[in-house]
Design a protein around this ligand. Sequence first.
Ligand code: KG4
Ligand code: ZN
Length: 351
Amino acid sequence: MLILGIESSCDETGVALVEAAGAGVPALRAHALHSQIQMHQAYGGVVPELASRDHIRRVLPLTEQVLAEAGRGLPDLDVVAYTRGPGLAGALLVGAGVACALGAALDKPVLGVHHLEGHLLSPFLSADPPEFPFVALLVSGGHTQLMRVDGVGRYQLLGETIDDAAGEAFDKSAKLLGLGYPGGPALSRLAEQGDPAAFKLPRPLLHSGDLDFSFAGLKTAVMTQARKLGDALEARKADLAASTQAAIVDVLVKKSLAALQESGLRRLVVAGGVGANRELRQQLDAACARRGVRVHYPELSLCTDNGAMIAMAAAMRLQAGVQQARRAYAFDVQPRWPLDALVAGRSLSSP
Ligand code: KG4
Ligand code: ZN
């Protein structure tokens, strides 16, 4: 079964081909990505209308590219999968519209995928895929969650952020320091030259006794510190970046360990854009190695948004029988798809 996956929820157009045979882990045949980062950089953040227009320009050439790379043609497709939500409405509509148009033209069924489930299952695309059950730390630009994952569609929310996401904390702090968009990679690059112990920044909810996060106070602390430094900020920027990253990573690591302890599981999966952070990977690897816990990450290139994770999630949902692909081409996207739809496998059905 050959599945085309289209991701267009935000500022990357991703298209990929995944092939599933029997019950084995589906295999990635080809994937292609166009990042809009350069285009949005001039505005300091994503401009939704520009994002949609660019997705329109990219999605068909990228589709042709992956088919050519895999030596396949449109008639070889069995299912067309797309990101149904959450994300920017106009951007989602481009991927959904193209997927449904292809499905209708080829008389092939389509399947709408939850973007976060794509991230969650993206480590199955790696050379060393995890096995169920595991604890998942999902850290993206919009979400920070710890989940217990017992199988495809069997997700239990253990804790989540009560305000900003970890990626948001990176992005907003980076903006305060005058670093570019997207802030996470820029801040972590600068942090490599700084002292993580230079400034004492808050680690909110670290000892709250639950598995929730709060990052909104961190950006205020970074802003206060930056103001205090005044003219000296420029010379201490790397130290402040390193201290900010240390605060975020510290909380993510400690809460992940607490989730492992509470659930009694010995396997951790990290997914979402912040999962690309080198310091987070090093700290998690060290802490988990001491406890005999295996950690799985997606390939670095598949941490941030991409089409491969969407095709993979579709393949795994079909394999597990938790969702059917349908010849229903209504492309009703869900920009604010409630998170609890992803939890406990409820209502993640196609339109
Ligand atoms: O998963 P993703 O690509 O998009 C969403 O679904 O949100 O995550 C994007 C987020 C952004 O906040 C970005 O700054 C952050 O991931 N990010 C990083 C790194 N690479 C991406 N944060 C810290 N360190 C990185 N290396
Ligand atoms: Zn994402």
